[in-house]
Design a protein around this ligand. Structure first.
Ligand SMILES: NC(=O)c1ccc[n+]([C@@H]2O[C@H](COP(=O)([O-])OP(=O)(O)OC[C@H]3O[C@@H](n4cnc5c(N)ncnc54)[C@H](OP(=O)(O)O)[C@@H]3O)[C@@H](O)[C@H]2O)c1
Length: 435
């Protein structure tokens, strides 16, 4: 410790470069906070000969992970290489050899977090992962420390910048999904293969991590119901605007009567909900605690320096703890066993857009179906559609609160009803009443 804390870094891409910049640029502040110098020693890369836009004169680049994992001078490993199998293996190996780990890897933490945190605890090491959810926003620390005394009842997050960028542009500029996606790819906000983002999988990983922490429950990625944004249309956006809603891809983790619901899907929020004003590639996590009430964490969900800030802040926490002589992650075992809500227990309002035959009796048939399931209409719009030979109208319904099982029965019936020509779209409506 006399020479300070020595760090090995796995990966020198977008985030790894940011980590080096902050470690060198903020060294005085870091020393002041931790009481000792922190220095990076070796960095794992795929290709040592690749030109780097960074001063790495005093660092050793290696293509062999063992050079870092077996270096006894290295106290802390920062894993910013991404991927799953290799990084999982390296994190495990680091913890087993007594090295603390800081990672930005949501894939590994969502899939193997429980095992890795137990390993950290058993080896007296720290495993911190602030950057794995919402990049530069200190939401994990907010939940685990800031709200440690509360019981969290709900977390709602815009935790994927790519999809928030696409939905923001679709709403503001009335452009369709494919066009905005192509623009996002050009601007570097979306990957060339955007599947993980637009299908909601990236957000699901983050929600699994948050739910495990916030509810202290051993939920898994497979417990998150996932639906992406690929079917969202400009028509849906227009109706949202008319009705006073904003459409967002929301990761929702909700606890009711000790049972939880985890889902990622496009949802309608009233325009005055705090998450409705989160624009472009920004992220935010809205947390409701039984005692504190509403809180919201907002900021950049990705990017080199924002993400690196979260990583180096984790590093500072590790170094402070090393100096205090405390023994690694504790209470990694969840307090509660997994208890998921059944369909009948999940309560929500729903938006549904239909094309129906424009004829006498259509509305009676629709009303009867909803009445049978005891589901009332909160809002209703009807619009004639231009078609001389085949008169039809577009109907938009927002229901009152109902349970999901009842809504699913209604939805299934609508698809088979004679007066219904097409069920165009359907979304959950969350976040209270439109004012
Ligand atoms: N980018 C963000 O804004 C952001 C935000 C939050 C979390 N994260 C997470 O942070 C991690 C890193 O993301 P990134 O954007 O920095 O990735 P990146 O730019 O692709 O960089 C990856 C780095 O790791 C190295 N690497 C990858 N696989 C390797 C292997 N098998 N062996 C040796 N070196 C390997 C690469 O080496 P070369 O340089 O030689 O190719 C590169 O330096 C990911 O888990 C990501 O999900 C990223």
């Amino acid at each position: 410790m006399a020479q300070g804390v020595v760090v090995g870094i796995l990966g020198l891409g977008t985030v790894g470069s940011g980590v080096i910049r902050i470690l060198t640029g903020h060294q005085q502040e870091l020393q002041h906070q931790t009481g000792c110098p922190i220095s990076a020693k070796k960095i794992l890369v795929r290709d040592k000969t690749k030109p780097r836009d960074l001063n790495i004169e005093n660092l050793t680049l290696t293509e062999n992970a063992e050079d870092i994992l077996h270096d006894s001078e290295i106290d802390v490993i920062i894993e910013v290489m991404g991927g799953i199998e290799e990084s999982h293996h390296y994190i495990l190996q680091s913890l087993r050899s007594g090295k603390h780990v800081v990672t930005a890897n949501k894939d590994v933490m969502a899939l193997h977090g429980t095992e890795l945190l137990r390993e950290a605890e058993e080896n007296g090491c720290y495993l911190l992962y602030e950057a794995s959810v919402a990049g530069g926003i200190p939401v994990i620390r907010g939940i685990t420390e800031g709200l440690a005394s509360d019981r969290i009842s709900q977390m709602m997050g815009i935790v994927n910048g790519t999809t928030n960028y696409i939905l923001t542009k679709m709403a503001q500029e009335e452009r369709d999904y494919e066009e905005v996606l192509a623009e996002a790819q050009e601007l570097g906000f979306a990957e060339s293969d955007p599947t993980s983002d637009v299908e909601g999988l990236d957000a699901a990983r983050k929600i699994a991590i948050l739910a495990r922490l916030g509810f202290s429950m051993n939920v898994e990625l497979a417990d998150v119901e996932v639906k992406g944004i690929t079917n969202v249309t400009t028509e849906d956006m227009e109706y949202c605007e008319q009705l006073g809603y904003t459409l967002k891809l929301i990761g929702l983790a909700k606890r009711t009567d000790e049972r939880v619901e985890l889902t990622v899907q496009p949802m309608l929020l009233p325009n005055d909900h705090p998450l409705a004003s989160v624009q472009d590639e920004y992220n935010a996590v809205y947390v409701h605690g039984e005692a504190v009430g509403e809180t919201m964490f907002y900021g950049p969900g990705a990017g080199s320096l924002p993400t690196a800030t979260a990583i180096v802040s984790d590093l500072v926490a590790v170094v402070k703890n090393i100096r205090l002589g405390t023994g690694g992650n504790s209470n990694s075992r969840p307090l509660h066993s997994k208890a998921l809500q059944a369909n009948e227990e999940v309560e929500s309002k729903y938006f549904i857009r239909l094309h129906v035959k424009d004829q006498t009796g259509t509305f009676d048939d629709l009303s009867s179906l909803f009445k049978e399931e005891d589901v009332g209409f909160d809002k209703l719009l009807q619009w004639p559609l231009e078609d001389e030979n085949d008169p039809k109208s577009e109907v938009v319904i927002v229901t009152h609160l109902t349970n999901r099982a009842a809504y699913e029965r209604i939805y299934k019936e609508l698809e088979n009803m004679d007066v219904v020509l097409d069920v165009k779209s359907s979304y959950r409506v969350e976040g209270g009443q439109v004012s």
